[in-house]
Design a protein around this ligand. Structure first.
Ligand code: PEP
Ligand code: MN
Length: 341
């Protein structure tokens, strides 16, 4: 349920309404629009008599939220949410570029890629340390050693690091080591993991599940939000369809749909979506045009010998070309690409 207060409602009326909602046993999420103060109610709202609330002088309207996700709902928070990572921002007018290898393989590999993507203008470094591989015989990642190497790359370049957390067992280590925790497609509905990352404040990139609907993605985000962590960034990474040519089908329409339904930032991963290196640039540009808040791209210095996802990784030179195209496009899309800060 949403209670919208009239413009210029006196502070004591706002406080009074807040007390009243708390007495009803609901939890409150407040947000301030351009003119309106908004109370979002979660919890058991079945006992709330909306007609009595409507009778309060300073109440503009009371809306029943139909969708099952509440805190993620744009009705709760009409303005775009902006997630702050140090002095960088994801959401709003900002377009984030996250780049790096599928997995961290060695010190030379991660440092050289980090330096290359940084000099081309990336704002964040990605790198898998714990890898969710379909086959148990495939490279599983360097695990803790991979996190150490990512930290060295951050120290060298200043780029905040993004890495995937697969188990609550490693949560404390991730809180210490990484700047953004990635929850991969395969874990989008690992509800226990979602609850745990909900209890911390570290920003989370939540990737859309392989066959998850937009509503399921928003409900997964709701798990994190409902446990207190508001720093959620959604990621469209392609979904399974009957099409075999591409690894997945990039659901570009999900971006404007999510933007309409939710205030959360949403980025696109064109690498896992297409699964082909030459599709990365056109799909990344398309992502910006449809309103995404950023892209996450796999970049490798030697894709032919990559331990994971070489076929969809672009080389640093191509990443530079992509960055230049995105910078040009950003001018007409009124987006800001933060770099070298
Ligand atoms: C990844 O980003 O390395 C990854 C495994 O992605 P996804 O969870 O989208 O498959
Ligand atoms: Mn990958």
């Amino acid at each position: 349920m949403i209670i919208v207060m009239k413009p210029k409602t006196p502070q004591e009326e706002i406080e009074g309404m807040k007390r009243r909602i708390l007495e009803l046993g609901c939890e409150i999420h407040e947000s301030q629009g351009v003119n309106y103060h908004i109370f979002g109610l979660v919890g058991n709202t079945s006992t709330v008599d909306s007609d009595r609330l409507r009778a309060v002088d300073w109440v503009e309207k009371v809306i029943h939220v139909q969708e099952p996700y509440k805190i993620a709902n744009r009705l709760f928070h009409p303005k775009d949410s902006i997630v702050q990572i140090g002095n960088r921002k994801i959401g709003g007018e900002n377009f984030a570029v996250i780049a790096g290898p599928c997995s961290v393989e060695s010190e030379e590999q991660i440092i050289s890629i980090a330096e290359d993507v940084k000099s081309a203008g990336a704002g964040f470094l990605r790198g898998g340390a714990f890898k969710p591989r379909s086959s148990p015989y495939s490279f599983q990642g360097l695990r803790e050693d991979g996190l150490e190497l990512l930290k060295s790359a951050r120290e060298k370049t200043g780029l905040p690091i993004v890495s995937e957390l697969m188990s609550t067992e490693h949560l404390n280590r991730f809180i210490e080591d990484v700047d953004i925790i990635q929850i991969g497609a395969r874990n989008m509905q690992n509800f226990e993991l979602l609850k745990e990352v909900g209890k911390i404040r570290k920003p989370v990139i939540l990737k859309r599940g392989l066959s998850a609907t937009i509503e399921e993605l928003l409900l997964a985000a709701e798990y994190v939000l409902a446990h207190g962590n508001e720093n959620v960034i959604l990621c469209e990474r392609g979904i399974r369809t009957f099409e075999k040519y591409t690894r997945n089908t990039l659901d570009l329409s999900s971006i404007p749909v999510i933007k309409k339904l939710s205030h959360l930032p949403v980025i696109v991963d064109p690498s896992h979506a297409g699964g082909l290196w030459w599709l990365v640039e056109p799909m990344a540009k398309a992502a910006m045009v449809v309103g995404a808040d950023g892209v996450m791209v796999e970049v490798h210095n030697d894709p032919a010998n990559a331990k994971c996802d070489g076929q969809q990784s672009i080389k640093p030179e191509r990443f530079r070309t992509l960055m230049n195209s995105l910078k040009e496009l950003a001018k007409i899309q009124n987006k800001v690409i933060q770099e070298n800060i």
